[in-house]
Ligand binder design. Structure first.
Ligand code: FES
Ligand code: FES
Length: 458
């Protein structure tokens, strides 16, 4: 049903956050009951009334729930907001004045990564409260704050995220990704994929016109893997086709012969003498000593010295909007990419260098972002979207699925921190000696800067 709503009817208010029934960004109301559009075949809705966020209100006449979400600032990135509002409506349609716990239970599977849930509960209570003998039932938010300039569009479900954008004659791009953490690429056969009707382009590293490497600090990540893959999810080839289904089928027809190599999964193992080397001659990306004062003297002044090892885990950013990028050549032949980005100039530089274009021939137009938390600083699908658009001469949109987003994108780097901390009896800190070993994964990303920040922030 989500495909019909979004791709055929252009009702993009229902969002595609996971497509497996987990996030509820696709919530609609079918014959009065809340439903996940991604989970039901559209013919199950035959003869029934399907209400989407587009049917709730308009800029001239907002639905009370839309007004309330704006009023209590329950709208941040807005990617979850249409689903939240639809689930709230379904609740209020069947229950007159739900209390906070009932609202929380009803919205329990509607995920939000940035607003937090208190504001959402406040918004629903704001609408339902007057029904309770004229008495408000106690929302907690501080209302009356400055309203976000884009809150109304997000509450109406008309904000255009990158995956919502369409263009005439648009193709759909998809990646073939590595199933191996570390392997040589012996050969790639794209002939079957190229022969599939509806396929306009199949590209591998050989088709990358410029430098086949990008990176925020160190250019170590290939646009498309050339001789080797270094992580599960590395991009190996990409396809542009007339529909997402044809693109997916073409990807399945690409044959890659891998020769697996020993994996390296842990930074301590990576530093061992016999460790498999991922880049150049060493796995050590960067090393730095930050010193202030005399640590040993401080420890000597301490009444107690504690020695502990702490670890922070990998962390997926968990933004609800997966990565997406429609790319096209504008009337002047400038490669133009609409994408959710936290660093448009970095993305422009990466596309220009990898596509062998001067930067003024590349334009990044940021879209509304459905959450990022640092994760959309790194480059993802933008260079390949540009490459496919250049190769076909037609607009090409790439949209990651949730699994692809989780598998292939940068995560927050885990750190092992060994600390010696000196303190006095009255709780004064006299010295801190911290040795930190950080894991950036297969590619540097922002690693060389982040570990310094970790060091000074500890
Ligand atoms: S539950 Fe439908 S897109 Fe996530
Ligand atoms: S506002 Fe809920 S996910 Fe961003």
């Amino acid at each position: 049903m989500l495909e019909v709503l979004r791709d055929e009817l252009g009702l993009t208010g229902a969002k595609r956050g996971c497509e497996d029934g987990t996030c509820d960004t696709c919530t609609v109301i079918v014959n009065g009951a809340m439903a996940r559009a991604c989970r039901g075949p559209h013919d199950r809705a035959d003869g029934k009334e399907v209400l989407t966020i587009e049917g709730m209100g308009s800029a001239d006449k907002l639905h009370p729930l839309q007004e309330a979400f704006i009023e209590v600032d329950a709208v941040q990135c807005g990617f979850c907001t249409p689903g939240m509002i639809m689930a709230s409506k379904a609740l209020l349609d069947r229950r007159d004045s739900p209390d906070r716990e009932q609202i929380a239970r009803a919205l329990g599977s509607n995920l939000c990564r940035c607003t937090g849930y208190a504001g959402v509960l406040d918004a629903v209570q704001l609408v339902s409260a007057p029904k309770k003998n004229g008495e408000a039932s106690g929302p907690t938010a501080q209302w009356g704050a400055q309203q976000r300039a884009d809150a109304q569009d997000k509450a109406l479900g008309i904000s255009q995220y990158a995956a919502d954008l369409t263009m005439p004659n648009m193709l759909h791009g998809a990646f073939l990704r590595s199933p191996h953490a570390h392997a040589d690429i012996v050969s790639i056969d794209v002939s079957e994929a190229e022969a599939l009707p509806g396929v306009l382009a199949v590209v591998t590293s050989k088709g990358v016109p410029g430098l086949n490497r990008f990176g925020r600090v160190v250019k170590d990540q290939p646009v498309l893997a050339d001789d080797r893959v270094r992580q599960i999810g590395d991009a190996v080839a990409a396809v542009a086709a007339e529909s997402p289904e044809i693109a997916a089928e073409a990807v399945s027809l690409i044959r890659v012969d891998y020769r697996t190599r020993p994996e390296v999964l842990d930074p301590a193992d990576a530093l061992k003498e016999d460790a498999p080397i991922l880049h150049g001659e060493t796995n050590l990306l960067a090393e730095k000593e930050i010193k202030w004062g005399d640590v040993e003297e401080g420890l000597a002044q301490a009444d107690f010295v504690f020695e502990e090892t702490y670890t922070t885990p990998w962390c997926e950013h968990g933004y609800l909007e997966p990565e997406a990028a429609p790319a096209f050549l504008d009337d002047d032949g400038v490669v133009t990419i609409r994408t959710a980005t936290q660093h448009s100039f970095l993305h422009r530089a990466a596309v220009a260098e990898t596509m062998d274009l001067p930067v003024e021939r590349v334009r990044i137009i940021p879209t509304v972002i459905g959450g990022a938390f640092g994760g959309k600083t790194d480059v993802s699908c933008q260079p390949v979207a540009a490459l496919l658009a250049m190769k076909t001469g037609r607009p090409v949109k790439i949209v990651y699925g949730r699994e692809e987003s989780l598998t292939s994108t940068t995560k927050r780097h885990p750190i092992e921190i060994r600390c010696r901390t000196g303190v006095t009896k009255d709780g004064k800190l006299t010295a801190l000696h911290a040795e930190m070993l950080a894991d950036t994964g297969a590619y540097a990303s922002a690693g060389p800067g982040l570990y310094i920040r970790a060091g000074v922030s500890i």
